[in-house]
Design a protein around this ligand. Structure first.
Ligand SMILES: [Zn+2]
Length: 107
């Protein structure tokens, strides 16, 4: 019977309800985070290394650069840092895939 079930939930101690809410939120959010992380990684693996012109491939570690101080020049102010598996060098990029220097200016 439905009313009894609702009553049972309301009679639970508050900490149990909080626990259920936390567990429920974790189950919902974690796969979403993992999914969005993998999706971003997949987008970058086709970008080419400026040195050897080979694709970066899947990154072991996903890193970002960001400008902390305000600049007068145009964005980007943040983007991914990709390591070329062939040259073992790090390269900074704008979010749309153009190479930038350490100050965030287009190369
Ligand atoms: Zn390379």
């Amino acid at each position: 019977m439905m009313p009894e079930k609702i009553g049972a939930y309301a009679n639970m101690p508050v900490w149990t309800q909080v626990l259920i809410a936390i567990v429920g939120a974790t189950i919902t959010i974690v796969p979403l985070l993992v999914w969005s992380d993998k999706r971003v990684n997949r987008k970058h693996q086709h970008w080419l290394c400026p040195d050897c012109k080979k694709p970066f491939g899947i990154q072991e570690q996903y890193r970002f650069w960001a400008i902390k101080h305000k600049r007068l020049s145009t964005p980007p102010s943040r983007g991914p840092i990709l390591r070329c598996p062939h040259c073992q060098k790090d390269f900074a990029f704008s979010p749309d895939g153009r190479q930038v220097d350490e100050d965030g200016n287009f190369v």
